[in-house]
Write a new protein. Structure first.
Length: 315
């Protein structure tokens, strides 16, 4: 049964510590009030059954930019909002927790961007490997979940680069380190729909070519389930985006970084190739967020100040 939910957020985005939003149901509507928690939160699987959540906001630096707002496409301006497909289980970028609360650095950054455009941002919980199809089909105008920009993705969509990252491997804290150099014959986990599955496939082929055991690849659609599998020994290690790995390693599950960050890349928000004008506008709005200092504050809040990137639309 679908639940219709209107979300109103009164969070102060000027704070300088990580935060999440907590909500309570009242007569079919959800009021989200700010609260601070000690970790990034877990998985809220049932959120996929909810209607898209609406996020409004209030913070002094987050003020509309009339010149940018005037460039919003007429159809979106008429609606007063744009829809963003997010993976609801992808902390610290995008997640839902508690009683339907939304949290993450993508949430914060896109909230600021939406305000610059005098729009609301609506979150559409979507499985990670279904985000790009959701954007391509028009179910959402944008996709976000710390998505690495790759040449393969740029064949199908345009992406707004906004953050730098890389690749890391995580192991159990008590286990002998497993890394790319000794992964042959091991069971390695990665998220489905990511380039890390391709990386493991190539590494496994190299193992076989060297007369060594192949890598058994475990594909997951949920980072929390993936990390739990490594922690209990069902998988020997996991490979993933460095920012995601940092969030997982900082959580309650006993994991440690097994290899320094490699394969540097940019993260980007996904837009349809036919919506290049809108992607350019989002980049301009994000540049305004950089200019007023909010971008830096948000990155510091999530301890990502070293991952700041040049804002640009690709390709």
């Amino acid at each position: 049964m679908a639940v219709s939910a209107a979300f109103t957020v009164t969070d102060n985005h000027c704070r300088t510590t990580p935060h999440d939003h907590q909500s309570s149901l009242a007569g079919g509507h959800v009021h989200i009030r700010p609260t601070r928690i000690r970790h990034f939160g877990g998985v809220f699987a049932a959120v996929a059954m909810l209607a898209v959540a609406v996020l409004t906001h209030s913070c002094t630096p987050f003020l509309p930019e009339p010149i940018l707002a005037a460039r919003v496409p007429a159809a979106i301006r008429a609606d007063g909002f744009f829809t963003i497909a997010i993976d609801a289980t992808y902390p610290p970028a995008t997640s839902m927790h508690g009683n339907n609360g939304a949290s993450g650095f993508d949430i914060d950054l896109l909230t600021a961007v939406a305000t610059k455009l005098d729009l609301e941002a609506r979150w559409k919980p979507t499985q990670f490997d279904r985000i790009i199809p959701a954007v391509q089909s028009g179910q959402a105008q944008l996709g976000a979940a710390a998505i690495p920009i790759t040449d393969a993705r740029l064949q199908d969509v345009v992406m707004v680069a906004y953050l730098n990252s890389g690749t890391q491997w995580l192991n159990r804290t008590t286990a002998r380190p497993i890394d790319p150099q000794n992964a042959c014959g091991k069971r390695i986990a990665a998220l489905s729909g990511t380039a890390h599955i391709d990386e493991l496939t190539d590494r496994s082929r190299a193992c076989v070519a060297a007369n060594r055991p192949e890598i058994t690849i475990s594909a997951y659609d949920d980072p929390q389930r993936m990390s739990a599998a490594v922690a209990r020994g069902a998988d020997d290690a996991l490979v993933g985006d460095a920012i995601l790995c940092a969030g997982l390693a900082a959580g309650d599950i006993p994991l440690k970084v097994a290899v320094t960050t490699y394969d540097p890349h940019s993260l980007g928000w996904v837009s349809r190739s036919t919506d290049r004008q809108f992607a350019d506008l989002l980049a301009s709005a994000l540049e305004a967020v950089v200019k007023d200092g909010s971008y830096d504050r948000i990155l510091r809040r999530w301890r990502l100040q070293d991952q700041a990137a040049a804002i640009r639309v690709r390709p």
